[in-house]
Design a binder for this molecule. Structure first.
Ligand code: C2E
Ligand code: MG
Ligand code: MG
Ligand code: MG
Length: 292
C-alpha cells in the first residue's frame, strides 16, 4: 500500500519538480549574463541616529532589473548566486560599484557617511577577500572608514577561528564590520567578544514582532545590553512604525534602518537626501516629557 502511495506521489510531483529545475537553470543563465549586460544596480538604505535623527550610514542593497521579469528580489537570486559560485563576481562588482559611487559623491562635494556592503558566507571565506577590499579602496583613493562590511552571524560562527582571523585583518584595513541578522544564529558569547566588530544589527524579525511578542522585546533589550557591554553600537533593521522606534530608543538602541525613515533608494535619491540634510523627526524623550 505504502509503495503504491509513494509511486503515486512521485508521479504527482515529478513534472512540477522538472519545471522548478528548468526555471532555476534559466534564472542561473540569466544571472550569468546580468553582470555583463549591466542589469545590476545598487540601492542605498539610510541608517539614522536615534539620538539626533541624522543619517549616520547606509546599507548597499543589490538590485537586478531583469529585462522580462522586472525587478528580481535579492532574496531570490543571492542564494542562487551563492550556490553556483556566481556570488564571487557579483560580490566583487557590488564592492567596486559602492567604492566608485562613494568617490563620485566625494568629488561632488557631498559629505558621505559609511556605506555597508553585504558579504555572503562564500565571499567571506574567499582567500582573496582582504586583498580585494584593500584594492577597491586604493583604486578609488577612499578613506577605509567610508566602507563597512556586513557578515551574517551564521557565516561568522561557522569556522570561528578563521572567521576571527579574517575579521581582524579586515578591521586592520580600517573598514567597519557589522554582524548582520543578529539573534537568528547561535553565537556563543565567548566567541562573540573575540571578534573585533563595531556594530551589531538586530534582525528584522525581532523588530517586527515588538508590539505583539514579549519574547522579541526581551531579545531586543538583551541584544542592546550585550552589544553595549562589548563596546559595539546597535542598529535595528526593518523599523516600520513609530512605536517600534520609541521602544528601541527607550532600550538605548543606537541606530535605526527601516521604512519608517526610508526605503532603499536609487543612488541619486539617496544623494539628494544627504544633500538636503533630512533627519528622522524624534519626539522629545519620555524623561524630558515627564519633567515638562
Ligand atoms: P539584509 O542584509 O538583512 O538586508 C535588509 C533587508 O531588509 C533588505 O532586503 C531591506 O530592503 C529590507 N528592509 C529594510 N527595512 C525594511 C522595513 O522597514 N521593512 C521591511 N519589510 N523590509 C525592510 P533586500 O534588499 O530584499 O535584501 C535581502 C537580503 O539579500 C539582504 O538582507 C542580504 O542578505 C541580501 N543582499 C542584498 N544585497 C546584497 C549584496 O550586495 N550582497 C550579498 N551577498 N547579499 C545581499
Ligand atoms: Mg545586511
Ligand atoms: Mg540585516
Ligand atoms: Mg535581515
Amino acid at each position: 500500500h505504502a509503495k503504491a502511495a509513494g509511486g503515486h506521489r512521485f508521479h504527482f510531483f515529478a513534472p512540477e519538480m522538472n519545471q522548478r529545475v528548468a526555471a532555476r537553470l534559466a534564472l542561473e543563465a540569466d544571472l550569468r549574463r546580468a553582470l555583463e549586460r549591466g542589469e545590476l544596480l545598487v540601492h542605498y538604505q539610510p541608517q539614522v541616529s536615534l539620538r539626533g535623527g541624522e543619517v549616520v550610514g547606509a546599507e548597499a542593497l543589490v538590485r537586478w532589473h531583469h529585462p522580462r521579469r522586472g525587478m528580481v528580489s535579492p532574496a531570490d537570486f543571492i542564494p542562487l548566486a551563492e550556490e553556483t559560485g556566481l556570488i564571487d563576481a557579483l560580490g566583487e562588482w557590488v564592492l567596486r560599484e559602492v567604492c566608485r559611487q562613494q568617490r563620485q559623491w566625494l568629488d561632488q562635494g557631498l559629505n558621505v557617511p559609511q556605506v555597508g556592503v553585504n558579504l555572503s558566507a562564500r565571499q567571506f571565506r574567499h582567500p582573496d577577500l582582504v586583498g580585494l577590499v584593500a584594492q577597491s579602496l586604493r583604486e578609488q583613493r577612499l578613506r577605509p572608514s567610508l566602507l563597512g562590511l556586513e557578515i551574517t552571524e551564521s557565516a561568522a560562527m561557522h569556522d570561528v577561528e578563521s572567521a576571527i582571523a579574517t575579521v581582524t585583518r579586515l578591521r586592520s584595513l580600517g573598514v567597519g564590520l557589522s554582524l548582520d541578522d543578529f539573534g537568528t544564529g547561535y553565537s556563543s558569547l565567548s566567541h562573540l567578544k573575540r571578534f573585533p566588530l563595531d556594530h551589531l544589527k538586530i534582525d528584522r524579525s525581532f523588530v517586527s514582532d515588538l508590539g505583539t511578542d514579549p519574547d522579541s522585546a526581551a531579545i531586543c533589550n538583551a541584544v542592546v545590553g550585550l552589544a553595549h557591554s562589548l563596546g559595539l553600537r546597535v542598529v535595528a533593521e526593518g523599523v516600520e512604525t513609530e512605536s517600534q522606534m520609541l521602544f528601541l530608543r527607550r532600550q538605548r538602541c543606537d541606530e535605526l534602518q527601516g521604512y519608517l525613515f526610508s526605503r532603499p533608494l536609487p543612488a541619486a535619491d539617496y544623494a539628494a537626501l544627504l544633500a538636503c540634510g533630512r533627519r528622522l523627526p524624534l519626539p522629545p524623550a519620555e524623561g524630558a516629557a515627564l519633567q515638562a
